[in-house]
Write a protein of this length. Structure first.
Length: 122
């Protein structure tokens, strides 16, 4: 009787260890604990890019006003007007889920606008 009870206890203990091992394997396969995300959600990324494009649009408007105060030129209005339109396009792209494309366009477009300001405008 004593031997069967100890074997039953050892089998229960071994079964508990195996089930605990299975849980550890499942957790390691799942990665981080469920409910925790690494990085930004798509909605957060869209909002960040919309805010970034809006801030850059306001900055371009301020630079446009300052440049027009120092010299009035159609080229100044064209360069900074194109940058303002580009910021608006990026906001719309971000609203429709094209955040990576919008980010690339914003970066390349604003660098091009600043380069045009430096190279083309007297």
């Amino acid at each position: 009787m004593r031997g069967s009870q100890s074997t039953r206890e050892s089998q229960e203990f071994q079964g508990a260890r195996e089930s605990q091992g299975d849980q550890e394997v499942e957790e390691s396969l799942e990665g981080p604990v469920s409910g925790q995300r690494v990085g930004l959600t798509p909605r957060q990324a869209r909002r960040i890019r919309i805010v970034l494009a809006s801030v850059l649009m306001a900055a371009m408007a301020v630079v446009l006003v300052l440049r027009l105060a120092s010299r009035t030129s159609v080229l100044v209005v064209g360069v900074y007007g194109a940058a303002l339109v580009l910021c608006g396009v990026v906001i719309e792209l971000s609203r429709h889920g094209r955040t990576r494309l919008g980010t690339w366009l914003l970066g390349i477009g604003l660098v091009a606008a600043l380069a045009a300001d430096w190279l083309l405008l007297p």
